[in-house]
Design a protein around this ligand. Structure first.
Ligand SMILES: [Zn+2]
Length: 375
């Protein structure tokens, strides 16, 4: 989902990215602050003044979200959890973890430090606005008050025990500490997340129908996002745990049917496609993978031309998504296959085809392990 992201800077060793969807949020914030919130708090300013206040408010919120996610990341790193940077997107920010915390205590501290940092920030903004109340121009005071309030709201919303919100992570860590089972702890807390998502969707939908206020659609959208995030993060946690430490090489099947680039297309169809019943074949020249021959393209080539053409003429480059290194995590192979709709990937090293990794094998492994470990 967060593919269209742009790196904007690095802080404390963490990359900060902006997803293009954040721009929509930034415009929405500036608009709602300058057209609604600020004119209510302070009257009779010039229109531009409200827009400038809105821009500062949005920047302050941007800073607050980065600060919140940085706190998660710094504490996560101190517990040995690898972080892939912070991304700001349509629904705020997310600190992406490469692996899950090993212990409930780590999860608890990582989860709670985001909201704690937001409360601290709310206090700082409130304190500045109080101390310099007499010296500050009224619009600056109002923006500071807004930032204090929005940080409190950020902390409160995130502490709702709906996984994957921070409160849901805290809840999960507490259940995990008691029952010593990370899977059931995740299942319970993500059920809370799913339920809360439904609650926001239904509540937002009903309020919109009752009042015709388009602002309530936002609740519906956030609820929908949360419900999906709760379901997919549960699945992710289970997958990450089941496949943790497992490499692609463990699923490597070396008996791969390949085709030589000099073979005629006619031969390719008769002796490869119809014989081995695969759609795509890796094309090998002198032991090296040079491309893929896809039988799907044959529909576009007249049959009488098949004898005059060789595989070299119809082969295409195997896009990088089709290949994976043997030392890559099996989880990466799994996610890439499910994202791209492939049922296998070619395992290569320095352009040499070692074999294939198949979705069915990884799926079988997951199912067996889940049954044995009672997940
Ligand atoms: Zn958080």
């Amino acid at each position: 989902m967060l593919k269209n992201r742009l790196k904007i800077f690095t802080i404390l060793g963490f990359n900060i990215y902006i997803d293009l969807s954040w721009l929509i949020l930034a415009v929405l914030i500036v608009w709602s602050l300058s057209a609604g919130y600020f004119p209510e708090k302070i009257k009779n300013l010039h229109g531009y003044a409200y827009i400038i206040m809105g821009i500062f408010g949005a920047f302050g919120l941007f800073f607050s979200i980065v600060f919140h996610e940085l706190s998660h990341s710094v504490f996560a790193r101190s517990y040995g959890v690898k972080m892939n940077g912070i991304t700001l997107f349509l629904f705020g920010g997310v600190a992406e973890m490469e692996n899950e915390p090993e212990k409930p205590m780590a999860e608890f501290v990582m989860g709670i430090m985001g909201p704690v940092s937001s409360v601290v920030l709310a206090g700082i903004f409130a304190l500045i606005s109080r101390i310099f109340y007499a010296e500050l121009p009224a619009p600056v005071y109002i923006v500071l008050q807004y930032l204090s309030w929005i940080n409190l709201l950020l902390a409160a919303f995130n502490m709702i025990p709906a996984f994957p919100l921070d409160g849901g992570r805290v809840l999960r860590s507490i259940i995990w500490a008691f029952n010593k089972n990370v899977f059931s702890a995740t299942r319970i807390s993500s059920k809370f997340g799913e339920t809360f998502g439904w609650f926001l969707m239904i509540g937002g939908g009903l309020l919109f129908m009752g009042t015709s206020n388009p602002g309530y659609i936002w609740y519906f959208v956030i609820g929908f996002f949360l419900r999906n995030a709760a379901i997919s993060s549960y699945e992710n946690v289970v997958l990450k745990k089941l496949l943790s430490g497992v490499k692609v090489s463990e699923f490597l099947k070396r008996d791969v049917e390949t085709v030589d680039s000099s073979v005629t297309v006619n031969d390719f169809v008769e002796n490869h496609v119809y014989k081995h019943l695969h759609r795509i074949f890796p094309v090998i020249v002198n032991g090296k993978l040079t491309g893929c021959a896809d039988s799907d393209v044959l529909g576009n080539i007249a049959r009488e031309k098949w004898k005059g053409l060789t595989v070299k003429d119809i082969q295409h480059k195997c896009i990088p998504e089709n290949t994976i290194a043997p030392e890559a995590p099996a989880l990466e192979a799994f996610s890439r296959m499910s994202a791209g709709g492939f049922n296998s990937l070619m395992v290569t090293q320095n352009d040499i085809l070692l074999g294939m990794v198949r979705m069915a094998d990884i799926a079988k492994y997951i199912a067996l392990k889940a049954r044995i470990e009672k997940i």
